[in-house]
Ligand binder design. Structure first.
Ligand code: SAM
Length: 208
């Protein structure tokens, strides 16, 4: 399946399409900073759904897309024949093959809600923050009554997704980010009251 077909399959419906648009809109706002980032990491990139936000962005000289899944990376590369983004097959939990503070901006979207243990969320945040010089834009699922209702419904329907989605309160997320060496600058629901996903802007705490 091509990159485009897999994105269409996952986000082609009305509700997921809306979620995609809101994520893109929020991320665009967060990327529009007075000092344009020069280096960016998209991890996990998947097939590169959000890569167009980075490729061709004025001032961005290096975009690295990293993911555990090699097949997704191959589809990503095939989807951008002209731009040819750098790709890296990595396991976030095995340590990233990048130096400290390597990237001005790091995107980590739709990953943490698959990580159920808070200690592992903290570990993932620590490693992402290690390679971040400027902003880590990271999504997670907040605990909301809509999320609980969604889980109950999915469970009633026998869906495996109900067990897979992990949620944190914004206060708990901020605590884990602080323990991981970061400072939360902003944290917003993508669709307040309608969807549990939030996007936080976290920066590495000043050294010393
Ligand atoms: C739901 S996708 C999100 C992709 C992309 N950020 C997006 O929003 O479309 C989650 C991705 O996490 C990747 N992944 C899972 N475990 C990983 C790990 N330990 N290290 C790096 N990537 C991982 C999967 O291969 C998958 O492509």
């Amino acid at each position: 399946m091509t990159r485009e077909a897999s994105i269409q399959q996952r986000f082609g419906g009305i509700s997921q399409g809306l979620v995609h648009l809101r994520e893109v809109r929020l991320l665009q706002g967060l990327l529009d900073t007075p000092t344009a980032p020069r280096t960016a990491l998209d991890l996990p990139s998947g097939v590169g759904r959000l890569t167009p936000l980075l490729l061709g962005r004025p001032g961005l000289e290096q975009v690295v897309c990293a993911d555990l899944n090699r097949d997704r990376l191959l589809r990503l590369v095939a989807g951008f024949p002209a731009a040819r983004p750098h790709v890296a097959q990595v396991d976030l939990f095995s340590g990233l093959p990048f130096p400290d503070r390597a990237f001005d901006v790091v995107l980590s979207i739709r990953f943490l809600h698959h990580v159920r243990e808070p200690a592992r969320v903290e570990r993932a945040l620590r490693e992402l923050l290690r390679v971040t010089r400027g902003a880590l834009l990271v999504s997670y699922y907040g605990t909301t009554w809509t999320h609980s209702a969604q889980r109950t419904l999915l469970r009633a329907l026998g869906s495996r997704r109900a067990r897979k989605l992990a949620a944190l309160s914004p206060a708990h997320f901020a605590q884990l980010a602080t323990q991981a060496g970061g400072v939360v600058q902003s944290d917003r629901a993508i669709l307040p009251g309608l969807h549990a996903q939030r996007i936080a802007h976290v920066e590495p705490a000043a050294a010393g």
